[in-house]
Ligand binder design. Structure first.
Ligand SMILES: Cc1cc2ncn([C@H]3O[C@H](COP(=O)(O)O)[C@@H](O)[C@H]3O)c2cc1C
Ligand SMILES: O=C(O)c1cccnc1
Length: 348
């Protein structure tokens, strides 16, 4: 897609693939015995165009925004929880803070469109496009220019992280109602129904899940004619999802490794793929969420997630937890002896 606000992603240069694969296969281990770690090592090496890649200063951005669709009774929690959780991210008391601290991520919280005026805080980035999306059953959630403005702000953040030495990046999200938004994007792009995509989110009961499915089907009908990904993202998306989508494209354009979190973040990747499919070359999938639609999206990407812990929290928690596995993949590539240097006899 050609638009100046949408970063252009180049596919990976595969010239060195055979040499890197050879290096992996020559390590003192049976061929393939490090499983998924081997494909992660290969991917990171290809992205960084070196046989000795490294994970430097990983950054995790949690994007927060409010959703007009909450007026339709799609979440058991009120919208006020969005700013309340942002304040918890800032004070260090949320799930993502614990895991980011433990695993060595540099954490920033981005106000993409929360319906609240925050005081300045060192961890908070003010990138507010507007105070929450509109209810997409009534009118498009945002205009295309608001969506592109989210992309521009996201690009600036990714570029700053890159300048700070980050070559690995992850995105989390907070926005009450956003599992409905993510399910709708998924339904539209994958050609599925509301029931196939709607799940429990924060813990919705059967009646709420049924309402989510109904809302999704109504929106699919309302926007049936939309084909252009930017128009779809603007009509149905959330401000945090739009920002994550733009940030993923910029990260891939900057040749950074993208660690994909759960259901909502994967829906942003679905939109990024629509805009520029090469973005997938730069992604590893951190985990499979318990949100029912996530498995279907992962299948679409033919993705093997690193972890399966039954998480359904969001905030980037799955991505944060996966970092040590990714670092271990790079470590075996850099630190293990080969059969030759280790003096080990090869098999048949
Ligand atoms: C206390 C709390 C902390 C959270 N942290 C992430 N989410 C997660 O739940 C929300 C989406 O679920 P739904 O579509 O059902 O509203 C998102 O904000 C997501 O990040 C949370 C939800 C709650 C209640
Ligand atoms: O997988 C996720 O990202 C998720 C699932 C449920 C609620 N919030 C986030």
């Amino acid at each position: 897609m050609n638009h100046t606000s949408i970063p252009t992603v180049s596919p990976l240069n595969l010239e060195s693939k055979a040499a890197i694969q050879h290096k992996i296969d020559q390590k003192i281990k049976p061929v393939g015995s490090l499983g998924l770690l081997e494909s992660i090592a290969l991917k990171v090496a290809l992205i960084q165009e070196t046989e000795a890649p490294e994970i430097s200063n990983p950054h995790l951005f949690v994007f927060a925004a409010d959703h007009g669709i909450t007026a339709e009774g799609v979440s058991p929690f009120p919208s006020e929880v969005t700013p309340q959780m942002v304040l918890n991210f800032l004070s260090g008391g949320a799930g993502i803070n614990a895991f980011a601290n433990r695993h060595g991520w540099s954490l920033k919280v981005v106000d993409a469109g929360v319906n609240f005026d925050f005081e300045a805080h060192p961890l908070l980035v003010d990138a507010k496009v507007k105070k929450g999306t509109g209810n997409f059953l009534k009118a498009p959630a945002m205009s295309e220019s608001e969506c592109l403005s989210a992309f521009v702000k996201a690009s600036a953040l990714v570029q700053e992280a890159k300048e700070a030495g980050a070559n690995t990046i992850a995105f989390g999200e907070m926005g009450i109602g956003n599992t409905t938004t993510a399910s709708l994007l998924m339904a539209k792009v994958l050609g599925l129904s509301g029931t196939e995509c709607a799940g429990k989110g924060t813990g919705a009961n059967e009646a709420i899940v049924a309402r989510k499915a109904e809302v999704i089907d109504l929106a699919l009908e309302k926007y049936a004619d939309l084909k252009d990904p930017l128009a779809i993202l603007s009509a149905m998306g959330g401000l945090e999802i739009a920002m994550v989508c733009g940030a993923m494209l910029e990260a891939a354009a900057q040749r950074m490794l993208i660690v994909v979190d759960g259901f909502i973040i994967t829906s942003a990747l679905l939109m990024a793929e629509q805009l520029c499919p090469e973005v997938l070359d730069y992604c590893v999938f951190a985990h499979q969420s318990n949100e029912q639609g996530h498995q279907k999206m992962l299948k679409h990407f033919n993705a093997t997630p690193i972890l399966q812990l039954g998480l359904r929290l969001g905030e980037g928690t799955g991505a944060a937890l996966a970092l040590p596995m990714i670092q271990s993949a790079v470590d075996f590539l850099n630190q293990m002896n080969s059969f030759e240097t280790g003096g080990v006899a090869t098999g048949e």
